[in-house]
Design a protein around this ligand. Structure first.
Ligand SMILES: [Zn+2]
Length: 112
């Protein structure tokens, strides 16, 4: 996987967890979960975002606002965001160093 893509997938996971924890904060506290790590996690996410090419990050942010998930896996040659068919030859050797977008919905794709 392209290192930039790896960072985006990780950032997406961390940010989703942060959003979830913030939404359920009070409930989680009542259940006895320790939320002290949340700020630390936010700092980590920010630091990671700083390592990503600003152009890619802006695109990721736009997609996240629009769809919730910006980076989606391709399963059985389908974009799991919009279920468009992703041709197998889409991932050619020359594309390995580029981020791949679904031609139908624009989400960033990865092959798990
Ligand atoms: Zn798609």
């Amino acid at each position: 996987m392209h290192p930039e893509l790896q960072k985006l997938v990780l950032l997406q996971d961390i940010e989703a967890n942060i959003r979830e924890a913030e939404e359920q904060g009070e409930e989680l506290k009542e259940l006895g979960f320790n939320l002290d790590g949340l700020n630390q996690l936010k700092e980590r996410a920010e630091a990671m975002a700083g390592e990503i090419n600003p152009r890619h990050l802006a695109y990721y942010r736009r997609l996240t606002r629009r769809f919730g998930h910006a980076v989606v896996p391709v399963i059985d040659n389908l974009c799991t965001g919009c279920f468009a068919n992703i041709p197998a030859q889409f991932v050619s050797a020359t594309n390995e160093n580029l981020l791949q977008k679904c031609e139908s919905c624009g989400r960033i794709l990865y092959w798990p």
